[in-house]
Design a protein around this ligand. Structure first.
Ligand code: GRG
Length: 304
C-alpha cells in the first residue's frame, strides 16, 4: 500500500482536484442564485464557498476515474451536488439547537452572520437543490435515466434517516451518555461514513462500473469513513482552533469519542488499521486505484 501511495503526488492531486471542485461549486452557486428565494442565497453561498477539504467531491471524481471514466466538468458538477448536502449538514450542525458553533473553516458560521432562522431555511433549501443539481449533472454526462435515478437515490439514501440524518440524531441523543465501541461505530458509519461512501459509489455508478466494483468501493468507503471520524476525534483532542479552523468541542458537548474509549495511542492505531484494511480490501476487489489509496492515507494524516 505504501508503494501505491508513494507513486502519487498527493499534494498535487488534492490541489488540482480541489481547484476543479471550486469551479464546479461556483457553477452550482450561479444556478442557486436564481433557484433559491433571494434571502436564502447569501447564507447558502457562504456555506458552500467558505473553503473546506472538498473530500466528498474529490472522492467521487477519483472513483469515477478509477472506474474508467474520463472526467469533464459534469462529473465535478456531480461531486458538487454531494458537497451541497455536506454544506447544508454543516450549516445545521453548527446551529445553536445542535452543536452551537460560531467558527468553521476559520470563518464565522452562517447563522452568526445571517441569523439562525434564515440559515436553517437556507440549509433545508439545499437538500432538494442537491438532487436537482445531481440530475442536471447526470444529464450533461448523458447518463441514462436508470443510472441517474440510482445516483439520486444513493445520494438521498446516504443523507437520510438511514445515513447522515439518522447518525446526527444518534449523536445528539448520545450527548452526556457513554456509547460503547459498537454504538460509536454505528453512529459514525451513519453520520459521516454514509456520505463519504456514497461519494465513491456515485462516482462508480456514473462511470457505469459493474456491481462487484461498486461493492468494492462501498467496502473501502466504510473503512475510510470510520477512519475519518476516529481522526476527527484525535484532532479535536490534540489540535487548537487556529489549526482546526473550528473550536474543539467534543469535551464541551460531552460527546462519546474514540479517545475516551481507547486513549490517544490506540485511537491512532485504529485509524491507521482501518485505512490499511480498507486499502487491502479495495485491491482485493480488483480495483487498482493508487489515487484512492493515497486519499485514504490523507484521511488519517490530515491536520484539519
Ligand atoms: C434532523 C437530526 C437531524 C439532523 C440534520 C445537521 C445534520 C442533519 C447532519 C449533520 C451531520 C454531520 C455534522 C456530519 C458531518 C460530520 C463531519 C465529519 C463534518 C466535517 O467534515 P469535513 O472535515 O469538513 O470534510 P470540511 O470543512 O473539510 O468540508
Amino acid at each position: 500500500m505504501i508503494a501505491d501511495r508513494l507513486s502519487i503526488d498527493l499534494e498535487a492531486l488534492l490541489r488540482d482536484e480541489k481547484a476543479e471542485v471550486e469551479r464546479a461549486l461556483e457553477r452550482a452557486c450561479g444556478w442557486l442564485a436564481d433557484e433559491l428565494p433571494a434571502e436564502l442565497f447569501p447564507p447558502a453561498r457562504h456555506a458552500i464557498l467558505s473553503g473546506g477539504k472538498r473530500l466528498r467531491p474529490v472522492l467521487c471524481v477519483v472513483a469515477y476515474r478509477a472506474c474508467g471514466g474520463d472526467p469533464g466538468p459534469a462529473v465535478y458538477d456531480l461531486g458538487a451536488a454531494i458537497e451541497l448536502i455536506h454544506a447544508y449538514s454543516l450549516m445545521h450542525d453548527d446551529l445553536p439547537c445542535m452543536d452551537d458553533a460560531d467558527l468553521r473553516r476559520g470563518q464565522p458560521t452562517p447563522h452568526t452572520l445571517f441569523g439562525e432562522a434564515i440559515t436553517a431555511r437556507a440549509g433545508v433549501a439545499l437538500i432538494p437543490a442537491a438532487s436537482l443539481w445531481a440530475l442536471r449533472a447526470s444529464k450533461k454526462m448523458e447518463l441514462d435515466d436508470a443510472i441517474s435515478r440510482r445516483i439520486v437515490s444513493e445520494l438521498n439514501r446516504a443523507s437520510g434517516a438511514g445515513g447522515m440524518v439518522g447518525g446526527q440524531a444518534l449523536d445528539l441523543e448520545g450527548e452526556g451518555r457513554r456509547l460503547d465501541s459498537n454504538g460509536l461505530d454505528r453512529l459514525h458509519n451513519m453520520k459521516t461514513g454514509a456520505l463519504l461512501t456514497a461519494s465513491l459509489v456515485i462516482g462508480g455508478i456514473a462511470a457505469r462500473a459493474p456491481e462487484s466494483t461498486l461493492a468494492g468501493l462501498d467496502g473501502f468507503g466504510r473503512g475510510i469513513g470510520l477512519a475519518f471520524q476516529v481522526t476527527d476525534d484525535i484532532l479535536d483532542a490534540t489540535e487548537v482552533a487556529a489549526d482546526l479552523g473550528k473550536h474543539p468541542s467534543d469535551g464541551l458537548l460531552d460527546k462519546s469519542t474514540y479517545i475516551a474509549l481507547y486513549g490517544l495511542d490506540e485511537a491512532i492505531k485504529r485509524a491507521g488499521g482501518l485505512v490499511e484494511a480498507a486499502s487491502v480490501a479495495l485491491r482485493g476487489s480488483g480495483i487498482d486505484a493508487p489515487e484512492l489509496i493515497a486519499l485514504a492515507s490523507y484521511v488519517v494524516e490530515r491536520k484539519n
